[in-house]
Design a protein around this ligand. Structure first.
Ligand SMILES: *Cc1c(COP(=O)(O)O)cnc(C)c1O
Length: 395
């Protein structure tokens, strides 16, 4: 069979075929290449490889710099995100941090979204100032970015949609502000997994994903990726080299394997999430739901314009009348939703958030917030589970 699957075919077709070799007799799934050391036939051959690496070419020179298995995954992510090159990193958080380290130096200013993933907020708060970088949090929808720009702003770092409350920023608008200011624009793209949202195509320079989530999809691997355009790539690549960032080829293999089913998984996650959100909206104990694919969400119009679909992650806010004990009792009463961190795997999860500390650049929600990941169980079972657990709100 000919594997020359041209880019003209549909997106799901490309997802099945991209990021793999296509020579006669090659395995459908690339084999796992485990190596720290690669051997050369002569000193000259080794020097040639080192010289091409110095020019920024991808080489199999030393395991820390990548393996063929990892390169296949990088190729797939570059194609999916319309990037120039990608770098795999040991976790999503390490990928987030690599972006800050690559684009900023002492004396610079950064604008960081108030909606970033909690540990990124912690990194900004604890590490940026210590290294001489000043920063401000902008609103999670990015509407105040223009007012926060300074002459020395070198990075605008967003997460779209925002963590937990899923505010959607107008990326093309912010990209033009960033360009005019001479600042890099980076976007954490984990919610949409790189499959349903293309920050680089909308003007961003860098897209970051935690591949731990939907790309792998099976809750058994930690991996991150930074996908950059041609202008930002040298900075990312240089800092990755300087800091010794590396990934296991076994993990890269697992993520590449998970990626093949991303399109069908995302459809099911989104379908289950929207059924659950619709149900929660009708419930008297719910103050608000937070899901960008829902027509009453503030980011709905931008989501409709810029996203190719939704994922399975959404939140609900309880009526402020319900205290924390009641919120805990509800989550504890769920049977099919596991209580745990992370998301993007096949299983449903629920997590009670600390609503009061979720946002500082805008007013945080008043009621308790529970974040749900809608998994691949039968949606009727999931609906029955939340309905049964919600009896604790009666009386
Ligand atoms: C989980 C997550 C990360 C961190 O990913 P890890 O692989 O767990 O380190 C970063 N950003 C977002 C938006 C996430 O949800």
């Amino acid at each position: 069979m000919n594997d020359d699957c041209s880019p003209k075919v549909g997106r799901s077709s490309r997802l099945v075929h991209m990021g793999r070799a296509s020579s006669d007799g090659c395995a459908v799934n690339p084999s796992i290449e485990r190596a720290s050391t690669y051997l050369y036939g002569s000193v000259e051959a080794m020097r040639d490889v080192e010289a091409s690496r110095a020019k920024g070419e991808r080489t199999r020179a030393y395991g820390r710099r990548g393996s063929q298995t990892g390169f296949h995954l990088e190729d797939a992510l570059v194609e999916m995100e319309h990037g120039y090159r990608a770098r795999l990193v040991s976790s999503g958080l390490a990928a987030n941090v690599l972006v800050f380290l690559s684009t900023l130096k002492a004396g610079d200013h950064a604008i960081v979204s108030d909606g970033v993933y909690g540990p990124v907020r912690k990194f900004a708060t604890n590490a940026l100032k210590r290294h001489g970088v000043d920063f401000d949090f902008c609103r999670a929808d990015g509407t105040d970015v223009e007012t926060l720009l300074r002459a020395n702003t070198r990075l605008i770092y967003l997460e779209v949609p925002g963590s937990v409350l899923f505010e959607v920023a107008d990326l093309p608008r912010i990209a033009s502000l960033a360009k005019a200011a001479g600042a890099w624009l980076a976007v954490d793209n984990t919610w949409a997994s790189g499959w349903l949202y293309k920050p680089l195509a909308l003007g961003a320079d860098i897209s970051v994903v935690s591949a731990t989530k939907y790309l792998n999809g099976h809750s058994d691997v930690l991996l991150g990726a930074v996908v950059a355009n041609e202008a930002a790539w040298p900075l990312i690549n240089d800092m990755a080299e300087l800091t010794g960032v590396s990934v296991s080829p076994d993990d890269a293999y697992q993520v590449l394997r998970g990626l093949r089913t991303l399109a069908v998984r995302m459809k099911a996650h989104a379908d289950h999430a929207s059924r659950l959100v619709d149900w929660f909206k009708t419930q008297p104990f719910v103050q608000r739901t937070y899901y960008p694919a829902s027509s009453d969400h503030d980011g709905f119009a931008l989501w409709q314009r810029d996203f190719a679909g939704a994922s399975g992650l959404f939140s609900i806010e309880l009526k402020p009348a319900f205290d924390e004990q009641r919120a805990i009792a509800f989550v504890d009463a769920l049977r099919l939703f596991g209580i745990g961190s992370s998301w993007g795997g096949f299983e449903s999860l629920a997590r009670l958030e600390n609503a009061a500390t979720l946002r500082t650049a805008s007013t945080p929600p008043e009621g308790h917030v529970i974040r749900f990941h809608a998994g691949l169980e039968d949606v009727d079972d999931l609906l029955r589970d939340v309905a049964t657990a919600s009896r604790i709100f009666i009386g």
